[in-house]
Design a protein around this ligand. Structure first.
Ligand code: CA
Length: 224
């Protein structure tokens, strides 16, 4: 996860950068709008933290250029405390959220996490089931926003179940789906993978029900 910070106040910028790096993000720092707009054109960022008051072109112009070039990454604006008009204008121009200065760093970090989660949920060929997200192109799974380790066969079984939420899927159908990629599996093996999946998913409320003598059903996800 890579974040671009655009802020000409060096001490604020390095404070933000420190807390985000401590959370495991890669951070790039730019002091002017021109540099920021150029960097965003050349590199790919998962989030931009954008100050409005910048030397040269301001944050609004950076935002306008990003959006007019079709860049849809989440943008978090930094505004003055009394900058209501700025916030409205920024949100109207396609910013996703704002923080009014001065702000508490833990709150900024929480907003960043939320925006990145939302950005992930919207991009790419993803399968979303409650707190579970499968990015099928990157073959990465997350549960409640945390990386979820899945063995290749667990992934395959889960994909079959996710394609038929609230529908009964026979063990034979799972075997059939997996044989498409050259795996010949026994009914017992399917039971093992389902049981491992349950161990990983049920703590987050994602349930795979056994339909006796037939197969499984991934239940519709319900909060709480
Ligand atoms: Ca500034």
């Amino acid at each position: 996860m890579r974040i671009l910070i655009v802020e000409d106040d060096i001490s604020l910028a390095s404070g933000i950068s420190r807390i985000l790096e401590a959370e495991g993000y890669a951070v790039d720092l730019m002091k002017t709008g021109e540099h920021a707009a150029m960097a965003a054109r050349q590199e790919s960022f998962d989030l931009v933290i954008l100050d409005i008051g910048l030397p040269g072109i301001d944050g609004f112009e950076v935002l306008r250029r990003l959006r007019s070039e079709g860049r849809g990454m989440p943008v978090l604006l930094l505004t003055a405390r009394d900058g209501v008009d700025d916030r409205v204008r920024g949100l109207d121009m396609g910013a996703d959220d704002y923080m009014a200065k001065p702000f508490a760093m833990p709150e900024l970090a929480a907003r960043v996490r939320a925006l990145i989660r939302r950005g992930q949920a919207q991009s790419g060929p993803r399968i979303v089931h409650g707190p579970l997200v499968l990015d099928t192109s990157a073959r990465r799974a997350t549960l409640k926003g945390e990386p979820l380790e899945l063995a290749a066969r667990e992934w395959a079984v889960l994909e079959v179940l996710l394609a038929r939420v609230e529908k009964i899927v026979s063990k034979e159908a799972i075997i059939q789906a997996m044989s498409n990629w050259g795996e010949e599996l026994s009914l017992n093996a399917i039971e093992v993978y389902v049981s491992r999946l349950r161990g990983k998913l049920e703590p987050a409320g994602v349930r795979i029900r056994t339909v006796r003598g037939f197969g499984y059903m991934l239940e519709e996800f319900k909060e709480g």
